[in-house]
Ligand binder design. Sequence first.
Ligand code: ACO
Length: 427
Amino acid sequence: MRPSSRPYPPVGSTNPATSPRSSDAQATRASSARAVVHRSAQPKPDPAAAQGLDGVVAAHTRLSSVDGEAGRLIIAGYAIEDLAGTVSWEALLHLLWFDALPSKEQLRDMRSEFAARRSIDRVTSAALHAAAVADRRPIDCLRIAIATMNGRGGDPPPASMIAQDKDAEGWNEAIGVLARIPVCVASAARWAKGSDVPETRTDLGHAGNLLWQLHGVDPSAAAIHALDSYLVTTADHGLNASTFTARVIAATGADLPSALTGAVGALSGWRHGGAPGPVLAMLAAIERPERAEEWLRARLAARERLMGFGHRVYRVRDPRADVLRAAVERLRDATPDGPAAERLRLATAVEETALRVLAEHRPERPIRTNVEFYTAVLLDGLGIPPALFTPIFAVARSAGWAAHAREAAAGRLIRPRSAYVGRQPDD
Ligand code: ACO
């Protein structure tokens, strides 16, 4: 691994070559002059825009790079394989924010700052409790809670503020919000069951305190390490939908709770944050390794998709699946009689069979294991129920969201154009 000696970088950069500086002015001129609409030739709708912005480069970032052809994920200069299982989520946040892994002292200070900022205030607590006892989905409870959090507001920073102060203010805001996210997840889960929430612990880090508050028992070192490996593996992943949402909101000058509220909303959609639950359902339905082949072939014959396989970007392999599989193996080795051991035996048999039958089914199209497959096995092995998989994904991804929001806040307002395909006044 590289030493962590880079200086703190300037925040955010936009590419002048790809910044349409005059697009807002053009849009304003066009909308205020109806005659222009009559005279000008209407642009044909751009087919790329109709297909989910596929291939459009919408930001320059130093935070992460997803190389689908090579099956590589790089986080601020490090391969994900060198980070997951090696550093904690807090260290990864430091890497994203300051472009350097923390020294021992920096990490210790950061952990105490997080520990000191975990308690949730009365406004957040009241809203979260009301949502949890009304049986709102856990991910919706989290969205409601973050929306009530105190950020710095959406006002412009004072002109006198120098860059370093702005950074300090942003970091302070980030810790205040991110430290409370897992506490909200655990509190909503326990309140929904009618249980009390254990007090936060200052001797535990982000992952450990989450396990403690969820289960109310001392988490083992192996469990903390496994959860930390997951949180690091999924902390950032290029310009995915929720990260893009956070960037768009932050670029308006809105504060971090606003950006994160939008990001959690984006993550709550079934196309983005929700596949590990179905993976677990598939494993439960298969039950035993001997049943895998028949079950999987029947699903493919019925034109169904195998959950936990395939990816829009990764054509070779999803590197996160490999690091999570290694994390589950470590958890199994530490607790050979725990639930991870049995689940892993079934999962590896299902994976091997699924890859074989998928290759026969679609020889021309590589469909490989994705991150969701081993996420399901790992979180299940930690006793976390499927309803909490997406909120815990949000705990992890909040590091990437915050760092991207900071980058985007230093750039320009994000304001793409749309191609009008509606009726004209004289149609
Ligand atoms: N099982 C069976 N067939 C598949 C699978 C799969 N898991 N994935 C793709 N295919 C087939 C499709 O049926 C389709 O066949 P068709 O051309 O005959 O209709 C073809 O491959 C192309 O499918 P697309 O959806 O266009 O491919 P894309 O690469 O965009 O799909 C996706 C990516 C949506 C993840 C897909 O692989 C899938 O549905 N996987 C299962 C669900 C899943 O695991 N989701 C989690 C993804 S990871 C994440 O979101 C963080």
